[in-house]
Design a protein around this ligand. Structure first.
Ligand SMILES: C[S@@+](CC[C@H](N)C(=O)[O-])C[C@H]1O[C@@H](n2cnc3c(N)ncnc32)[C@H](O)[C@@H]1O
Length: 209
């Protein structure tokens, strides 16, 4: 495990979140991306995936189970400790890093960058640089899957240190990609730890051109 200094961006109770989502299945966006890779019989194994903002590893577990090499990154040391403690993984192909998005260094030629419900927690000033790193780190044909949050989300005003974009800006971010799945979700609801909020989410699977 590689440590880096932590820079606080949004004050969330991540411990409560990890307790609330413990044992939940992988995200649909990851499953969609993995299905697309499985249709491409030509891609050689082991393939490298990065799970950005991995939490306690609900997606990392699925990637490892399907034979991927995984670099799991989270800014919270507790998330990485929980992932490393999991009994349901073979960690032979797992590397972990405690690293903030704002100071991320990514390898080249990555096959998949998965980031489920995590990138919006990047500070808005740092997001363009983070997105540039994601797009340059992926190889041609490599995929991004995950979520970005829209400008009508409650947290767009509640948390100015988070990144929220209107749909047009998200479409612009996806210019270097062939978009394979794009769903806009918008409704009243609650968070995993029971806070009421209005959700405005973009679910994305996209392949780098
Ligand atoms: C909502 S959780 C999502 C976790 C997991 N991907 C999932 O789908 O359940 C967001 C995760 O992003 C991490 N995170 C938030 N801000 C971050 C930042 N600026 N840099 C790195 N990780 C961050 C948190 O520690 C947390 O584990």
């Amino acid at each position: 495990m590689i440590d880096s200094p932590e820079k606080s961006t949004v004050d969330r109770d991540w411990s409560a979140y990890y307790r609330a989502v413990a044992g939940r299945p992988p995200r649909d966006t990851l499953l969609k991306a993995l299905d697309l890779f499985e249709l491409e019989k030509s891609t050689k194994s082991p393939r490298l995936a990065i799970d950005l903002g991995c939490g306690d590893g609900r997606d990392t577990v699925e990637l490892l189970r399907r034979g991927w090499q995984v670099l799991a990154i989270d800014g919270n040391a507790e998330a990485i400790a929980k992932l490393c403690d999991r009994q349901d993984i073979d960690s032979t192909w797992l590397e972990t890093q405690v690293m903030q998005f704002e100071s991320l260094i990514l390898p080249n030629s990555v096959n998949l960058i998965n980031s489920s419900f995590a990138l919006p927690f990047c500070h808005p000033e740092d997001f363009p640089n983070l997105w540039h790193k994601i797009t340059t780190s992926l190889r041609t044909g490599g995929r991004f899957c995950g979520q970005l949050f829209g400008d009508r989300d409650t947290w767009a005003t509640a948390y100015p240190n988070m990144t929220h974009y209107p749909k047009e800006k998200i479409e612009e971010l996806l210019q270097p990609f062939k978009v394979e799945y794009f769903e806009e979700e918008e409704h009243h609801g609650e968070t995993a730890i029971g806070e009421q909020k209005y959700w405005h989410i973009f679910h994305i699977v996209a392949s780098k051109k």
